[in-house]
Ligand binder design. Structure first.
Ligand SMILES: NC(=O)c1ccc[n+]([C@@H]2O[C@H](COP(=O)([O-])OP(=O)(O)OC[C@H]3O[C@@H](n4cnc5c(N)ncnc54)[C@H](OP(=O)(O)O)[C@@H]3O)[C@@H](O)[C@H]2O)c1
Length: 436
């Protein structure tokens, strides 16, 4: 049987999963591909580091040229992460005529256009299934399963760390800090979890989802993005009394040719399918014209789940190498995609949860209600949580459906009131069940 040599840039969490899958399932994968996939070299920073699985000494190197300049190596698997030197190595691999598989959403989200153009020009593949929602084959489903359909919206939970933190706050009554510390102890959050909890990681993934779903590329930095750092145990409890849980949602849709995209925490009704996504699980809801709504659910991170997505890409690339398939990712198409600026969210309508911190004195509710009313925002429900004499009150207002622009103007006014003790928190309320 023919053999195809590959090189790995990195063997951390994901890389070790790839090594293990290629080792454990070698024969079955070889039958599917029609060739034996052989790891030849693995680039590491510290070859002496203990790893979850054994990486043979003869594979290990600290010199990228051992992979990038080796003509026998046909496919480079980039699982090192970060922007540089990953970008430089991927460009070198492409220039050397090697196909590339990457799990790196930061790299693809930021430099995708340059990398797709380079791959298209050189006639090689650039696959990136593992970069969005870990083990869930969402990009392949969008690209192949829904190839005949027109996708109109994608939304869901694409950051397992945020979901774990919010879920732990909900289920254990933990504070945000305690839930985040628990995620770190379990190895689910990075030592520096800023990219996750700020929503930046989800915005990078949303860029890739929109790219594949709609053929539109938006700079992740231009996606309106809110993190989960301001969510408190009070909000979790207030959401519960409204029959909701708080989830970090990434959503994009095309409306009359305009791309609307956003990442933010939201109140999700408990019986909504996204409300039932627990722990580190991810779920992506797709709305397409012919199929309607479909849901893709599974583990969004971790050594083996993410490894399966990388190896699935490898199988596709290697089948193309031996002439059993095409190049698959449509890099030519992706390279031709034009950048778009996300449309303003001003006219989007939602019901909202608004938390206002005010002193426990008469007349404050009236002031808040006046600010809302002045901008056409109707109140559906109000709750006040007096903590005791002299202590501030957390006032929760649920609004009727209102545009973003109207609500923003009203909240700016409330933030400007001399009685408002902390910046107002606003969370959108999602619809009851998008799969109904
Ligand atoms: N972890 C997940 O669940 C997950 C899920 C989806 C996507 N991803 C993406 O997959 C990629 C890898 O993630 P990971 O969790 O596997 O990362 P990781 O555990 O930190 O592993 C990174 C690997 O790359 C090597 N490396 C990093 N910089 C290097 C450099 N400059 N030169 C040589 N080697 C270098 C490291 O070598 P040493 O081991 O010697 O330090 C390590 O083996 C990232 O882009 C991440 O966003 C991860």
């Amino acid at each position: 049987m023919r053999s195809i040599a590959i090189g790995l840039l990195g063997a951390g969490n994901v890389g070790c999963g790839v090594v293990q899958l290629l080792r454990d399932n070698h024969d079955a994968i070889a039958r599917r591909v029609g060739a034996s996939i052989q790891i030849k070299r693995v680039l590491l920073r510290s070859p002496g580091t203990r790893r979850p699985i054994d990486v043979p000494a003869e594979w290990k190197t600290t010199d990228p040229a051992d992979i990038l300049a080796d003509p026998e190596i046909r496919v480079v698997v980039e699982v090192m992460g970060g922007l540089e030197p990953a970008r430089q190595y991927v460009l070198e691999a492409i220039a050397a005529g090697k196909h590339v598989v990457s799990a790196n959403k930061a790299l693809l989200g930021t430099f995708g256009k340059e990398l797709f153009a380079a791959a298209a020009q050189r006639g090689v593949s650039l696959h990136f299934e593992a970069s969005v929602a870990g083990g869930i084959p969402i990009l392949r489903s969008l690209r192949e399963g829904l190839a005949s359909d027109r996708i109109e919206a994608v939304s869901g939970i694409v950051n397992g760390t945020c979901n774990f933190v919010l879920d732990t706050m909900t289920r254990m009554g933990a504070s945000f800090d305690a839930a985040l510390a628990e995620a770190q102890v379990r190895g689910l959050a990075e030592a520096d979890p800023a990219l996750d909890i700020s929503g930046v990681d989800a915005a990078q993934k949303l860029t890739l989802l929109a790219l594949v779903a709609f053929g539109l590329r938006v700079d992740p930095q231009r996606i309106p993005t809110e993190g989960i750092t301001r969510i408190t145990a009070f909000d979790i409890e207030a959401a519960r009394t409204l029959g909701c849980v708080i989830k970090s949602i990434a959503a994009a849709r095309v409306d009359h040719g305009r791309l609307l995209a956003r990442v933010h925490p939201a109140l999700v009704p408990m019986h909504n399918v996204l409300g039932g996504v627990h722990g580190t699980y991810n779920a992506v809801l797709v709305e397409s014209r012919a199929l309607g709504r479909s849901l893709y659910y599974g583990r969004g991170a971790g050594m083996m789940p993410t490894g399966t997505a990388v190896v699935a890409d490898l199988v596709e690339v290697c089948r193309a190498i031996i002439g059993l398939g095409d190049r698959g990712t449509g890099v030519d198409e992706l390279a031709a995609i034009v950048d778009v600026t996300p449309a303003s969210l001003d006219d989007e309508r939602h019901e909202n949860y608004v938390r206002v911190t005010v002193p426990n004195v008469p007349g404050v509710l009236g002031q808040v209600a006046n600010c809302l009313g002045a901008h056409g925002v109707s109140i559906k429900r109000v709750n006040q949580d007096p903590r005791g004499p002299g202590l501030p009150v957390e006032m929760v207002v649920v609004t009727e459906s209102v545009t973003d622009a109207e609500l923003r103007a009203a909240l700016a006014e409330i933030d400007g009131l001399p009685t408002t003790l902390a910046p107002v928190l606003r969370l959108r309320l999602l619809e009851a069940d998008p799969l109904d």
